[in-house]
Design a protein around this ligand. Structure first.
Ligand code: TGC
Ligand code: FAD
Length: 405
């Protein structure tokens, strides 16, 4: 690549990232010194490594692969897993804070981190053998390797139990066939945790490595959302998977669903990071933009928007913090996680839309982060269980009547 092309791909914005996070209910008082240190390190990282470049990356649909190693260096991958495997050994509040800060920078960047931590490293740690943990976790934690998680298929999104990807026992190896779609990180991933049915129709997790014959990862082009994150397919045509690559610890749909619990929790915090960025930008813009001889912040209609944004952010911050404490105690339930994921993403989308209006025409440009956040959140509201699926999970919890089918 020429020096000029390289410069263009990584064009640095001259705009300074002056982000200040809203903390209307002194929620900082609930955080430990360790939580604050994690936040400060992650915020500095985002200001230094993401904010100056992200608009350019997103406009060009460029995935900055070099960020993977940098995330590893700050401990963004699998932060709650044990230090023995090169991970952070932190609690779930710290994990939430990391996701919040990274998604404040960009949802696509948070996707890269949360897929690696919650959807690749977590199942290897939770359901893997000790040999598998030692082989994969340190390389994934450091960012030497990138991973992806294959559950969704072209014909099975909200209903993953209908999956058709399958493997046969061939004696000394498994033979894997099928296809996964909409897979974050897939085009660049070194390893994939893939969910497939055995001959008895039981779902198992398999670790598939790049380079295995018959395994390809075509990239999905033309996304208007998560443009700085790379998304693709996983295609398996008679892939010989060594027997030692099966995750032995758990089978059935419950195994990938447990991974989703962890990732959805991270999204609950992450989406509010995006919302806080939109609010912060809108608050500053309203104070600076003069119309009819006054800052637009002086008009009641704009104040209403800002007051409602701050109210919703504060409610979500409290919900997330409490959920984090339940996660730390091992008491958080899937419906509680659904409530937080659904609430945070909905709140963030509404705030992004209101913030876009406060910025007027400028709100549609890359001068401000608003439109990028809004477009990103259109994916976040769909992946890891759609807005409606999380409502049905809550409905099931409340009534005891599943309404999925
Ligand atoms: P259902 O009958 O409810 O359950 C089937 C079996 O699974 C068990 N189970 C769980 N176990 C542990 N933890 C959980 N959270 C569990 N949820 C379910 C359940 O107990 C049962 O076990 P058993 O032993 O009785 O068989 O399943 P269902 O087929 O009716 O489906 C329920 C439904 C719709 C809620 C679920 O399938 C669902 O959540 N669908 C949404 C799919 C989804 O979220 N896909 C995400 C793909 S990954 C992704 O999007 C990554 S994006 C990442 C990024 O870029 O950041
Ligand atoms: P569908 O399931 O077809 O749903 C379409 C609509 O129907 C939705 O509004 C849905 O709420 C509604 N609907 C479906 N069933 C019901 C019902 N029972 N009752 C009421 N309404 C219903 N998957 C992975 O496995 N790994 C990844 O890394 C990954 N990354 C992704 C990255 C991006 C950018 C995107 C967009 C998706 C990603 N996904 C990933 C897939 C994601 O999880 C699915 O898109 C999601 O689960 C929804 O599936 P679907 O798109 O097939 O929609």
């Amino acid at each position: 690549m020429t020096a000029e092309a390289n410069h263009t791909l990584n064009k640095k914005s001259s705009k300074k990232d002056n982000y200040e996070h809203p903390d209307f209910y002194a929620i900082d008082d609930l955080l430990t010194e360790e939580h604050k240190l994690v936040r400060s390190a992650a915020r500095d990282f985002v200001k230094r490594e993401i904010s100056p470049y992200i608009e350019d990356w997103a406009q060009r649909a460029y995935f900055p692969y070099e960020i993977v190693k940098k995330f590893g260096d700050i401990g963004a991958f699998g932060p709650t897993l044990p230090q023995k495997y090169g991970c952070g050994g932190l609690d779930y509040i710290s994990y939430g804070i990391l996701m919040q800060e990274i998604e404040r920078g960009d949802s696509g960047m948070r996707s890269t981190a949360s897929v690696q931590g919650s959807l690749v490293m977590y199942p290897i740690y939770k359901f893997g053998s000790e040999e598998q943990r030692l082989k994969y976790l340190p390389k994934l934690a450091s960012g030497e390797w990138l991973g992806c998680f294959g559950l969704t298929e072209p014909d099975h999104g909200s209903n993953p139990s209908g999956m058709v990807t399958n493997f046969k026992d061939m004696g000394d190896h498994y033979l894997l066939n099928g296809a996964k779609m909409w897979i974050s990180n897939s085009p660049k991933a070194d390893v994939a945790v893939v969910w497939a049915k055995n001959e008895a129709g039981r779902i198992h997790g398999l670790i598939v490595e790049r380079g295995m014959e018959g395994f390809t990862t075509p990239e999905t082009h033309g996304k208007w959302s998560l443009r700085a994150s790379t998304t693709g397919e996983l295609v398996f045509q008679d892939v010989k998977v060594p027997k030692e690559n099966l995750l032995p610890g758990k089978s059935g749909l419950g195994a990938p669903m447990m991974c989703l619990d962890s990732a959805r929790y991270g999204i609950a915090w992450g989406a509010i990071g995006a919302a806080m960025d939109c609010y912060d930008s809108a608050r500053r813009y309203a104070a600076e933009r003069i119309q009819f001889g006054k800052p637009i912040a002086a008009f009641q209609l704009q104040q209403k928007k800002l007051a409602e944004m701050l109210t919703e952010i504060t409610k979500a911050q409290l919900l997330n913090w409490r959920l984090g404490m339940l996660m730390n105690e091992g008491r958080a339930t899937t419906p509680q996680i659904s409530m937080a994921k659904r609430n945070s993403v909905h709140t963030a989308l509404e705030i992004a839309r209101e913030a876009r209006q406060i910025h007027g025409g400028m709100g549609i440009t890359g001068e401000y982060p608003i439109m990028r956040h809004m477009m990103n959140l259109e994916s976040v509201v769909t992946y890891e269980g759609t807005h409606d699926i999380h409502l049905l999970i809550l409905g099931n919890q409340i009534t005891g009547i599943p309404a999925f089918s």
